[in-house]
Design a protein around this ligand. Structure first.
Ligand code: HEM
Length: 499
């Protein structure tokens, strides 16, 4: 074999050295810029190299408590280091608005990679280029015309809950209500998303248990740096558990419906012709926006995961607040009787008129936001906040929980006071001081769906039952975060039938 001429070897060597130096100087200049910009933010003390990663090692309730402690010690905004990843926690409404509205902060970033095991690349975890396309298609399917079609489904699934499930357990104090509420919301979502009658309330399906396992492990992995590399995670028992849970859930959202894509779907105006999200998506598909089967499964899984537990904890916290504040419960009950009456199903207009109930729901979502922290990553361009600039590559953690409970933004924050949401009072607040559904460009698509569904279910419950809560104050309710926030010792509510 001919020898390679030495000039070529020198040339290659010099090229490698130049490329290496260029990379190193670029890296150092980014690092310098990072340190220069992030140096202005209050920093939680940590260890060299690993930063604050170790202090986040613990149970879900320990991590939650630690975060809450940090917020009140270092907030509203502060900096943590996860190894060499800078994480800026944002709780100031003005800065939440700037970041949530910024085109540079649309990426969910590093931590959401772990959720892809559960929801694939559905809207929730999709990379920005895919998200833009999908959101444009999905957003219109949550319009009021389509939501009005769903009202009979809301009434049907809520009816089963009120007339069968609650009746079965009335006066019982030993019931864990959370899975029962998850089941009613699972039934509602599976019917509105896929037209599939899961009948989870009557038949025990394991979907709710698997969903909770998947969420618990995903959150644990997010906060545990040692479990981040796939190569380590795969060899833990968590990997096997989460895989079993996801396999079950995917089977549940089975290809059955997707395989039978109808040839012709047209928007019918008759309310009697029920349609479901999947049909609306398939219809768009027919209009040239192609979804693959996998993409459709991911979107439907996203609705299940995004809508079931969030709605279940909101229902339970709302009823806890009603149980704790009997005088307010009485006023809400009177409003329901006046607007809907004792028997009939609510129509859209009725639901709009339930103003006190809606304010109580908002006050519940303020004190107990189901998603207490959500994350983003600064991409492409630096972002200017009120007091400093965030460099590209910074991970952002929006602390909805802290903002909702901070006395700087909400006077006497642990007092349940629905009048905070009277239009004349709320209009004086910064709009980003109340963001249970996130805010800005990448907020929750299910806001109107949720208010409609929850108002319907909760009005049907309170019309027939009086609810009590064994917690005497909000301070008494210790919380943990498993992606959604829950009380460590359960919801201590019980019901009595109204005569
Ligand atoms: C009380 C009920 C609910 C609450 C509090 C809630 C809250 C949220 C929050 C905070 C986010 C942002 C998550 C993040 O950025 O990491 C979100 C996103 C999302 N939610 Fe909800 N949600 C609720 C119900 C629902 C329902 C019923 C559905 C569907 C039927 C739904 C579908 C979604 C989807 C698809 C996203 C991702 C949006 C995107 O990235 O464009 N949510 N939700």
């Amino acid at each position: 074999m001919d020898q390679i001429p030495s000039t070529v070897v020198y040339f290659l060597l010099i090229s490698v050295v130049i490329a290496g130096c260029t990379w190193f100087f670029q890296y150092m200049s980014i690092k310098r810029r990072h340190l220069q910009l992030l140096g202005k933010i209050t920093k939680v003390p940590g260890l060299p190299i690993i930063g604050n990663a170790l202090s986040l090692f613990g149970t879900t309730s320990e991590i939650f408590d630690l975060f809450v402690k940090y917020f009140f010690e270092y907030g509203p905004n502060f900096l943590l280091w996860f190894g060499n990843i800078p994480v800026v926690i944002i709780g100031k409404p003005e800065d939440l608005e700037r970041t949530m509205q910024s085109q540079s902060c649309l990426s969910k970033g590093y931590f959401y990679e772990f959720t892809k095991l559960v929801v694939g690349e559905g809207l929730f975890s999709a990379p920005v280029h895919k998200w833009r396309k999908t959101r444009k298609i999905i957003q219109p399917t949550f319009n009021s015309k389509i939501l009005n079609y769903f009202l009979p489904i809301f009434a049907e699934t809520s009816g089963i809950f009120v007339n069968e499930i609650l009746l079965r357990y009335v006066n019982r104090k030993d019931i864990d209500w959370f899975p029962l509420f998850s089941s009613v919301h699972l039934d509602t979502i599976s019917q509105t998303a896929m037209g599939m009658n899961t009948d989870a309330q009557r038949r025990k399906t394991n979907f709710v248990d698997h969903l909770n396992t998947a969420l618990r492990i995903t959150f644990f992995r997010m906060t545990n740096v040692f479990l981040h590399p796939d190569i380590i995670f795969k060899f833990t028992r968590f990997s096997a558990e989460v895989n079993t849970a996801v396999k079950f859930m995917k089977k549940f959202t089975n290809e059955r419906d997707l395989e039978n894509r109808p040839d012709d779907l047209s928007f019918g105006d008759e309310p009697s012709k029920r349609k479901v999200f999947l049909e609306f998506l398939l219809e768009l598909d027919h209009k040239g926006n192609k979804f693959t089967d996998q993409e459709l499964i991911d979107e439907v899984m996203t609705f299940f995961v995004g809508g079931t537990d969030t709605s279940a904890v909101t229902s339970c916290f709302f009823l806890s607040m009603m149980g704790m504040h009997q005088d307010i419960q009485q006023r809400v009950f009177e409003e329901i009787l006046e607007v809907i009456g004792p028997e009939k199903s609510a129509d859209v207009e009725d639901l709009t008129k339930l103003q006190l109930l809606e304010r109580c729901l908002k006050e519940t979502l303020r004190i107990f936001p189901p998603a207490p922290f959500i994350a983003r990553e600064v991409k492409d361009k630096e972002v200017k906040l009120t007091d400093y600039v965030l460099p590209v590559g910074t991970v952002l953690l929006f602390s909805i929980f802290y903002t909702h409970r901070c006395p700087d933004y909400w006077e006497n924050p642990l007092k349940f006071d629905p009048d905070r949401f009277l239009p004349e009072v709320f209009s004086k607040k910064h709009p980003y001081s109340f963001i249970p559904f996130s805010g800005g460009l990448r907020n929750c698509v299910g806001i109107r769906y949720s208010y409609m569904n929850l108002k319907n279910l909760l009005s049907m419950i309170l019309r027939k039952y009086k609810v009590y809560c064994d917690y005497k104050s909000i301070e008494e309710i210790e919380l943990e975060n498993c992606i959604v926030v829950k009380p460590i010792h359960g919801f201590k509510i019980h019901f009595e039938e109204r005569r």
